[in-house]
Design a protein around this ligand. Structure first.
Ligand code: CA
Ligand code: CA
Ligand code: CA
Length: 393
């Protein structure tokens, strides 16, 4: 029996949400952890209590709230300060005048920003699915949760299901928030401590792209910390592209220190970078292309590189896997765990070698020794882990 990624239709999701019995057995601590990325992002709008609850029901070990701040300093779960695409704020005429441009990590953005809204105002909005190809019928139904509401849900679900469910919060845009006078770190550490989740082996990992945010947290809390490692894109030859604001932690960009402004995220994947991370964090969270990259090649031998599977689109499904890097091994040698992202079921997001089956991608990373995966489709990740355990790796 499985919650197949084909059969988990929106109607089934609704039925699952209404069902009180745990739908998934406990899979134990064996095998890599499964982190419900933004909740159950493949099925329900990102960062909603329903989304987190569904991920837990499908077997997630951890759920992932990204944290930003409201104008009145409340931590809420959202991916970006710009809430134009993942809420229905544009449909609220009373907030029309709040639309504006704002500099986000050196890039001018237009829209509505959470830091212009009080929590009370945020609570009048509803979440929207930002991916056009994913279910849209839940748009406008679910509130934006506070971090405290996420903690309360996870505690409730842990108790009800007799298994520890963890929280994997991310400080989003920490420098941006600090510059606004709305720093995230102290509030995050305080909320965790208050919930009895501030110990070294509490079921919590805190992640950030900005090392300065993690270094602050390292002085405020004992929970495990994770240095995220981003890149802008992957080049045709499989090397990583560090252009734009995703190429470097923003705190390095604004540091004024030439030894930092000359670096990219790629530094973190070097031995020197890993050594540095080990001084303030416990693990790394690299984009999966740091571990297994892909290249664009003429695999259908028609003399051009592009739409190799002739489906009229050029995407991941046209690219081939490159041999894995040594990153997991080098991180483990330094005592750092490796949690990677993001695993998604859609065939256009899967390299050609996986034959359109997301299970194959998970299995490759499991065999490489990954410690955890962030997945938009918890059920697929859990199924892959079961198959991995069954086949003895
Ligand atoms: Ca995140
Ligand atoms: Ca070709
Ligand atoms: Ca194609």
């Amino acid at each position: 029996m499985r919650f197949g990624r084909i059969t988990l239709t929106p109607a089934v999701v609704v039925a699952l949400l209404a069902c009180a019995a745990p739908a998934s057995a406990r899979h134990g601590a064996e095998g890599p952890l499964v982190i419900g990325h933004r909740g159950a992002a493949g099925y329900l709008p990102d960062h909603t209590l329903r989304g987190y609850a569904l991920a837990i029901k499908l077997g997630a070990d951890y759920v992932e709230p990204d944290l930003i701040s409201t104008k009145d300093g409340e931590l809420i779960a959202r991916h970006d300060p710009n809430i134009s695409d993942d809420t229905n704020v544009s449909e609220h005429p009373e907030f029309a005048s709040r639309m504006r441009t704002m500099m986000i990590d050196g890039t001018e953005e237009e829209g509505w920003f959470a830091s212009d809204f009080t929590l009370q105002e945020i609570k009048t909005l509803r979440a929207v699915q930002p991916f056009a190809e994913r279910p849209q019928q839940f748009n406008g139904q679910f509130q934006i949760p506070t971090f405290q509401e996420v903690i309360d849900l996870v505690k409730r679900e842990s108790k009800r299901r007799h298994r520890p469910i963890g929280i994997y919060p991310q400080t989003e845009y920490p420098t941006f928030h600090r510059d606004l006078g709305l720093p995230l770190e102290r509030k995050l550490a305080t909320a965790l401590n208050r919930a009895g989740l501030g110990r070294r082996h509490s079921p919590v990992f805190i992640q950030s792209f900005e090392p300065s945010s993690l270094k602050q947290l390292n002085r405020m809390t004992n929970v495990r910390l994770v240095q995220l490692i981003d890149a802008n894109d992957v080049n045709p030859d499989g090397s990583l592209d560090y252009a734009g604001r995703d190429g470097r932690p923003y705190d390095w960009t604004v540091s004024g220190d030439p030894s930092l402004t000359s670096r990219t995220f790629g530094f973190f994947a070097t031995n020197a970078g890993l050594n540095e991370i080990a001084t303030y964090a416990d693990g790394i969270g690299p984009w999966k292309r740091y571990i297994v990259s892909t290249e664009a090649v003429d695999s259908n031998h028609d003399g051009t590189v592009g739409d190799e599977n002739s489906d009229g689109l050029i995407d991941e499904a046209d690219r081939r896997l490159l041999p894995p890097t040594s990153l997991i091994r080098r991180a483990h040698r330094r005592g750092l765990f490796v949690h990677t992202w993001t695993f998604r079921d859609e065939s256009r997001r899967l390299a050609a070698d996986y034959d359109g089956d997301p299970i194959n991608e998970y299995l490759q990373f499991f065999r490489l020794g990954i410690d955890a995966v962030f997945s938009d489709f918890t059920d697929t990740a859990v199924e892959a882990r079961r198959s991995f355990a069954h086949d003895g790796g």
